[in-house]
Ligand binder design. Sequence first.
Ligand code: SAH
Ligand code: DHB
Ligand code: MG
Length: 221
Amino acid sequence: MEQETWSAVDAFVEETLVPEDEFLQAALDAAEAAGLPQIQVSPPQGKLLQMLARLQGARTVLEFGTLGGYSTILLARALPEDGRLITLEANAEYAEVARGSIERAGLGEVVELRVGPALETLPALEEEGAGPFDLTFIDADKVNTPNYFAWALDHSRPGSLIVADNVVRGGTLGQAASEDPAARAQRQLHEALASEPRITATTIQTVGSKGYDGFTVGLVL
Ligand code: SAH
Ligand code: DHB
Ligand code: MG
C-alpha cells in the first residue's frame, strides 16, 4: 500500500463527499499561481477541521500558519456571523495572497490576518486580551508547535479544542532517537500533553494525498 493507493482513495472521498467550491478552488489557484508551496490540508482533512469547528459551536478561532488561506476559509465558514478568526502568518507574500482569497470569499470581516513570526505577534494578542479561543489550529513551523500549544492552552477555556497538524511526519513521532528538530518537537508536544492536567488529547495517524502523517486533538478540561 502506498502513495498512489492513498491518493486514489482521497480522490474518491473528495468526489463523493467534499463538493467543489468556487472560492476554495480560487484560493488554491491563486496560491499555485503565486508559487506558494502546496502543503495546505487536504480537502478531506479540511472538511474534518470545519466539522470540528461546527461541532464545537466555535465563535473564536486562532490559527497558526495561514499559507494561502485554504484552511482559514474553511474554518471561518464554520463560524456564526459574529464569529472571529485570527490567523498568524510569517511570510508577507503568502499573507498577501491569502488576504486576497479571504476577501474574495467574503470573509474579510471575520478573519484577521497578522503578519510576522507567531512568537513575535503573540505578545500583542496577549496585550489586547485576545481569547479565550474555542478552537486553535496549529499548523505553522513545526519546531514551535510545543510553544504554540502552550500559548493556546493558556488562552483556552474548558471545552476548547486544540488541533495540531503534522505531528506524525512519516512516522518520526515513533522514533525516540530521531534528531530531526521538528520530529523532536512533536514528541515534546506529546510529553507536554501527558503531564498537563488541563487537557486530554489523542493523536490519529493518517495516510492520504499528503502521504503519511497525523494530527493531535486536545480537549481542554
Ligand atoms: N494552514 C494552512 C497551511 C499552513 S503551511 C492550510 O492548511 O491551508 C505552514 C505555514 O506556516 C506557511 O505558510 C509558513 O509560511 C507559516 N510559518 C512558518 N513559520 C511561521 C512562524 N514562525 N509564524 C507564523 N507562520 C509561520
Ligand atoms: C509542511 C507543512 C504543513 O503544514 C503540512 O501540512 C505539510 C508539510 C511543510 O512545511 O513541509
Ligand atoms: Mg499542515
